[in-house]
Design a protein around this ligand. Structure first.
Ligand SMILES: C[S@@+](CC[C@H](N)C(=O)[O-])C[C@H]1O[C@@H](n2cnc3c(N)ncnc32)[C@H](O)[C@@H]1O
Length: 318
């Protein structure tokens, strides 16, 4: 008889991650080896130091809310999708529950959800969503609220994973989560109908192979990974238990890491037989706003282009 698996769940899982947060990880690129030195994260998601994970502004004053709403309004037209308003509604709900401002970092991910909803029906309960390299769990929370019947798996480096999971627990109150380190633990987590959120450390990514990934999302994080890690994730997506995996990938066309490693979106291991549903410059990643007139700015220059592609990947036999 096999040993009975005890999954780490909920607060216990976060405490385990916090206890292991400073251990080295193979999945860290030169960029993340440096950045992760700059902050620490507690099991409650509290951050000390400077985290390069996007903006989780806690400035909730009426003035701030109005200023963001005013500056964001003209940018809504960048996402002319039927489900934009509903996706923004979910984003506002998450921000309110997390007691923070809906920043443009959140809004652009609402736009992404609206684009995905235009092309895909996330109705299947047998398949899971996978978010690779989320930040403050924004995309995972949006997916969990939009498709409550589907599991969402978050894979990230340990410290950012604590933040993802802790923020998702605030954005989706009452959600049950499990931390999974092996394929057998993944099977056990998937067998437990009460668990809707599954956390995986980047170095344990192989465990995800046991899940059926209907949709995977990667937003501006593959551009900060070593090419070998990007390849690992593509192999995982092509070889998981789903009949078909859709992949939304939004990253710089070109980026040079601090150790000289060069990354090119077009060199990611795409295949001619991938079926492309959407493939353009990502307009809402190209624009940003700040206090400096004229307040709205476009990232110009070849090296600042952020591309997004939604593709049905050619699958490998498992
Ligand atoms: C710039 S942040 C992107 C945050 C968010 N997706 C967004 O759009 O704002 C990059 C993310 O990639 C994650 N990351 C870096 N290396 C990773 C790896 N090997 N596996 C999974 N995630 C990784 C980082 O921890 C971080 O959460």
């Amino acid at each position: 008889m096999g040993a009975i698996l005890t999954l780490l769940t909920d607060q216990e899982a976060l405490e385990f991650l916090a206890a292991h947060a400073d251990e080295d990880e193979a999945g860290r690129s030169a960029y993340w080896r440096e950045e992760l030195e700059n902050f620490s994260v507690g099991a409650d998601g509290g951050v000390a130091g400077r985290a390069a994970l996007g903006n989780a502004s806690a400035k909730e004053t009426t003035f701030n809310k109005l200023a963001h709403a005013f500056l964001q309004w003209p940018l809504h037209r960048l996402a002319p999708f039927q489900d934009r308003a509903d996706s923004i509604r979910l984003g506002r709900l998450i921000a309110a529950r997390q007691r923070r401002q809906i920043t443009f970092d959140m809004l652009r991910q609402c736009f992404t959800l609206a684009l995905i909803r235009k092309h895909l029906d996330l109705g299947s309960t047998d398949e899971a969503n996978l978010v690779i390299g989320d930040g403050y769990g924004v995309m995972a929370s949006l997916l969990l609220l939009h498709a409550p019947h589907r599991r969402t798996i978050c894979v990230n480096l340990t410290k950012p994973l604590i933040l993802d999971l802790a923020y998702i627990r605030q954005g989706v109150p009452g959600i049950r989560l499990a931390l999974v380190t092996t394929g057998d633990e993944m099977k056990a987590a998937l067998a437990d109908k009460g668990i809707r959120l599954i956390g995986v450390r980047a170095d344990d990514f192989q465990a995800i192979q046991e899940a059926a990934i209907g949709l995977a999302v990667n937003i501006v994080s593959m551009q900060e990974m070593e090419p070998s890690v990007v390849e690992q994730y593509f192999n995982l997506l092509r070889g998981n238990k789903a009949r078909q995996t859709a992949f939304y990938c939004c990253n710089k066309l070109y980026k040079k890491l601090s150790d000289g490693t060069e990354l090119r979106f077009d060199d990611f291991p795409w295949r001619d037989n991938d079926s492309i549903l959407h493939n353009t410059i990502c307009p809402w990643s190209q624009w940003y706003y700040d206090k400096i007139p004229p307040c709205w700015h476009y990232r110009r220059g070849e090296k600042r282009v952020i591309w997004h592609r939604l593709a049905l990947l050619e699958m490998d036999p498992t």
